[in-house]
Design a protein around this ligand. Structure first.
Ligand SMILES: Nc1ncnc2c1ncn2[C@@H]1O[C@H](COP(=O)(O)OP(=O)(O)O)[C@@H](O)[C@H]1O
Ligand SMILES: [Mg+2]
Length: 342
């Protein structure tokens, strides 16, 4: 399960306003990738372009040997079935209950019987923790529940690729942690390729296998999580470490004079904070696309910041890893992961 998506030299403009240009990246099959960027940098436009709701001005989007940007509407309609999309607000139909909302893509795109639809919908509702809530209307539930319902709907067609537009926006920290865990668990279960758009730094630091960052109309960097979290590129470092000093200002981009003033003041960019251990599936198994902690740093001769891969209990996950893998392969329950408390 899961397919690779290769984006090559993609450019999107509305009239004379260039949103981003020459974006190239590969979302590896089955892996979780995050796209970060200040608001207004065109993250939502990027997702809409990937699914073919917007046409790019240049470049290609390659999936299974086909360039999506060259397909006819009819063929595009077929390819879209590979995608499940969780839109920013859940995009549920307000007059339909949750069950009918989640069943909607099945009724629209398949000829399945109502009995088969019911099995699928109930399974997905259980996956996202909404069992028994099918009769409720979107207006009667919390924002977090609406996101989970949107997620269940994004999953009913068993997509190979799932795109999430800010699944964590508007949620409190506890609900954000819960939805992040849910995303990791769903990736473990489905093996689909995930792309999550967010501006939550904690999500970007702990959830994905890969991170990309959009800034000033370009993709500044895209690569393994450890590569970006150990990067000293100014915009990447500032954003991933939530610093006020750096090229990104309140008005999204500081002007040149402000930047020069900061340099003149000799601001110490400081040390990079430790790379946290990656969030693991709650059933303590391995995702098919799981990379061992420290793998990228080791392979690239990068010394990770002091204290990296150490959890709240002081365990160093580069050392813990072989034991975890062994326990996971035995299906051993009760193994404690990062963030667990005994
Ligand atoms: N359909 C559209 N027509 C014209 N401009 C658009 C359209 N959609 C988005 N934009 C513009 O593209 C820019 C990026 O928007 P968006 O992708 O929503 O940013 P983000 O999701 O990163 O916050 C904004 O300036 C927005 O006004
Ligand atoms: Mg957006």
């Amino acid at each position: 399960m899961g397919v690779e998506i290769r984006v090559d030299g993609l450019t999107k403009a509305f009239g004379r306003q260039v949103i981003w240009e020459d974006v190239s990246l590969t979302l590896p099959s089955g892996e979780i990738s995050v796209l970060l960027g200040p608001s207004g940098t065109g993250k939502s436009v990027f997702l809409k372009t990937l699914v073919g709701l917007l046409r790019p001005d240049a470049g290609g989007i390659w999936i299974e040997g086909q360039d999506l940007t060259r397909l006819t509407e009819h063929k595009l309609y077929e390819v879209r079935k590979l995608f499940g999309v969780l839109f920013q607000d859940g995009a549920l139909f307000g007059s339909m209950n949750l069950y009918d909302n989640i069943a909607f893509p099945l009724r629209e795109h398949t000829r399945k019987s109502e009995a088969a639809i019911r099995d699928n919908v109930l399974e997905k509702m259980e996956m996202v923790g909404l069992s028994g809530e099918g009769g409720k209307l979107p207006g009667e539930i919390s924002g977090g529940m609406r996101k989970r319902a949107g997620l269940a709907r994004a999953l009913v067609l068993e997509p190979e690729i799932v795109l999430f537009d800010e699944p964590d926006s508007g949620l409190d920290p506890v609900r954000t942690a819960l939805i992040n865990q849910l995303i990791v668990d769903l990736n473990a279960k489905t093996g689909a390729t995930f792309l999550i758009v967010t501006h939550d730094i904690n999500t970007a630091r702990t959830v994905p296998d890969n991170i990309g960052m959009l800034f000033r109309r370009e993709l500044v960097m895209f690569g393994p999580r450890e590569m970006l979290l150990s990067s000293t590129e100014p915009a990447v470092r500032q954003f991933l470490n939530a610093r006020t000093q750096g090229p990104i200002g309140m008005s999204e981009e500081k002007d040149i004079s402000e930047l020069e003033a900061e340099v003149a003041l000799g601001h110490d960019p400081g040390h990079l904070p430790p790379i946290p251990p990656q969030l693991l599936p709650s059933d303590r198994r391995l995702r098919a696309s799981q990379h061992p902690p420290g793998e990228w740093c080791m392979a690239n001769g990068v010394l990770p910041p002091e204290g990296s891969f150490v959890d709240d209990e002081g365990r160093d996950w580069t050392r813990e890893w072989p034991r975890y893998v062994q326990a996971a392969s035995l299906g051993a329950a009760g193994y404690y992961g990062p963030g667990d408390h005994r």
